[in-house]
Design a protein around this ligand. Structure first.
Ligand code: FES
Ligand code: FES
Length: 161
């Protein structure tokens, strides 16, 4: 076992992990931050996206020991302490950007990463960026709409998929 210490959502945390322990498993099983989901464990679905040192990372592709000393952000840290949703979370709610919600934490974390670097993405840029996030329910239309709204843009009229 190896000791790891990192900051998660602004709070210092530590634990003992095996070398093979994935970051997503450390978050979920050791820290009980179960908002980060596991949909595939093979880097396909994006349900496990978190931020590590400011960049979006699929937490099933990273060992917990690799995040030693890092600043990690998860979906649990997106809302304010009083429960006020982030702009992106609120936009997903307002524009029905989710159905079952399984993909949503990863979608929100990916969207946050996109808007950090590209505050006014086009519809095409959003669709390209979300290539690594799979949603089984929504047809993506309302997810795109929510991200455009979160960036202060109107959703252009497009045909529902
Ligand atoms: S669980 Fe990590 S990409 Fe699917
Ligand atoms: S809302 Fe169900 S998988 Fe996306």
């Amino acid at each position: 076992m190896t000791s790891v210490a990192m900051t998660v959502n602004g709070k210092a945390v530590s634990g003992e992990v095996e070398g093979r322990t994935l970051l997503v498993d450390f978050l979920r099983n050791d820290l009980h931050l179960t908002g980060t989901h596991v949909g595939c464990d093979t880097s396909q679905c994006g349900a496990c996206v978190v931020h590590v040192d400011g960049d979006a990372v699929k937490a099933c592709t990273m060992f917990a020991v690799e995040a030693d000393g890092a600043e990690v952000a998860t979906i649990e840290g997106q809302a304010s302490a009083d429960g006020t949703l982030s702009v992106i979370q609120q936009a997903f709610q307002d524009h029905h950007g989710l159905q079952c919600g399984f993909c949503t934490p990863g979608m929100v974390m990916s969207a946050a990463d996109l808007l950090k670097d590209n505050p006014k993405p086009t519809e095409t840029e959003i669709r390209d960026y979300l290539e690594g996030n799979i949603c089984r329910c929504t047809g993506y239309h309302n997810i795109i709409k929510a991200i455009m709204a979160a960036s202060g843009q109107e959703m252009p009229a497009i045909a529902a998929e």
